[in-house]
Design a binder for this molecule. Sequence first.
Ligand code: AMP
Length: 118
Amino acid sequence: MSENSLFTRIINRKLAADIIYEDDQCIAINDIAPKAPVHMLVIPRRPISRLTDATKDDRDLLGHLMWVAGEVARMAGVSDAFRLVVNNGEGAGQTVFHLHLHVLANKGTSKKFSENDL
Ligand code: AMP
């Protein structure tokens, strides 16, 4: 677990970030170094280090993250064409060891929206 991960600091408002969505289980932010015109990260509040560190008890949470990824893509206007990426482990390019889903799309608008919009 990464109790003091970069993303935990963002979740706890110790570090500024462009938070575009949050609920009781996760937040979504715009990536600070976007690799595509739309690049959002969906991050669970629970600091699971890697996807493969998730347990059976995390299955509902993992499903929720997928659902939120689809919803933030819809709100960003890219629900017809986006990629969902999870880098699991250093060898796969993971640099922040707090699970996150990358939502990547070639066009659309990154904007702020709330749970009420979903
Ligand atoms: P990964 O390489 O899969 O671990 O992805 C980590 C992502 O976090 C990268 O795309 C970074 O650009 C992004 N990132 C790092 N620091 C921040 C930050 N302070 N705010 C938003 N995104 C960040």
